[in-house]
Design a protein around this ligand. Structure first.
Ligand code: HEC
Length: 276
């Protein structure tokens, strides 16, 4: 009971403090260099470098202070505030002529996110340039702008996909090209196809396969043999031991996937292993 009262007090204090003073504040730093990479009219790729003053351009796009229940839920936090711009508004600055229908999000910490332009418009996704955590909330190293945000009132599926942080580059790409080498492996097995969907929405960002995705996490193809029952079991226990709600680095991935989906992921990884 004591514990419950204490927790209640902590929550109350947290709400009160976030309402009047905000101690933890992370902004886009002057020293950080961002890029936006796209094709020019002749089809050549080039990067615009965004740093220092250029970043003020973000604010000229109408940055507003907002909250995100989606973010707070996934991070087990409360009352986080952001300065954020509309991603759709930023996209208006670019003329895409080569069938680009997605934005690749390369991050400072070797995380690689990707969002379709469709999702950006449909869920009115935002790009946060400042993050203000409420009192007593702990900031993991990777939680820096630019950050993808689901604004309140929008309800995309609850997935790791909509939580990319620490972004250093936005790059326009074609979704089909990006996923093609991974998709074709799953073609002949319905379980593997399901597994691929779950994997690409929650895992690929940190556990790369075939040159797609980031490398924050271990290489899952090397670490386990998916045709072996014991290894499959170990994969599941290792996953639960690491990616749970107590994860020190706030990488609670377990909240996004159920037991059946994890099994489907191992079916998919088995197909990938067989294809080598
Ligand atoms: C935000 C990045 C991130 C995401 C997303 C992510 N992981 Fe991880 N994963 C990690 C890191 C970091 C480790 C720890 C690596 C280490 O041990 O050094 C890890 C470890 C693991 C491990 C092994 C743990 C161990 O004990 O060696 C498994 C299995 C795993 N992840 C599976 C998954 C699956 C399946 C998904 C998607 C449902 C996923 N991960 C999503 C970053 C991520």
């Amino acid at each position: 009971m004591k514990q419950i009262i204490y927790q209640f007090l902590v929550i109350l204090v947290g709400i009160w403090v976030s309402g009047c003073s905000i101690p933890e504040k992370v902004e886009v730093g002057e020293q950080r260099v961002f890029r936006i990479t796209h094709a020019d009219s002749s089809g050549r790729m080039f990067s615009e470098i965004w740093t220092g003053h250029k970043l003020e351009f973000f604010d000229s796009l109408g940055a507003r202070e907002i909250s995100s229940k989606y973010f707070d839920r996934a991070m087990h936090m409360q009352g986080t505030r952001f300065m954020a711009i509309s991603f759709s508004r930023l996209l208006k600055e670019y003329q895409l002529k080569r069938g680009e229908d997605a934005v690749l999000l390369n991050c400072f910490d070797d995380y690689q996110g990707i969002l379709s332009l469709n999702d950006i418009h449909r869920y009115d996704l935002r790009l946060a340039t400042k993050i203000k955590l409420a009192f007593l909330n702990f900031k993991p190293d990777w939680l820096n702008p630019l950050l993808i945000l689901v604004p309140d009132g929008k309800h995309p599926p609850f997935q790791e996909r909509f939580l990319t942080a620490n972004i250093r580059e936005l790059k326009f790409v074609r979704l089909y090209d990006y996923y093609a080498p991974l998709e074709k492996i799953a073609r002949h097995s319905p379980e593997a196809r399901e597994g691929f969907e779950v994997f690409k929405n929650n895992c690929l960002f940190c556990h790369s396969l075939k040159g797609r995705g980031g490398n924050k996490g271990v290489r899952l193809l090397q670490a386990y043999g998916y045709s072996n029952g014991r290894d499959r079991k170990k994969f599941l226990t290792d996953f639960k031991n690491f990616h749970n709600k107590d994860n020190a680095d706030k990488q609670d991935i377990e909240q996004f996937v159920n037991e059946g989906q994890l099994q489907q992921i191992t079916d998919y990884l088995l197909q990938v292993q067989k294809s080598h």
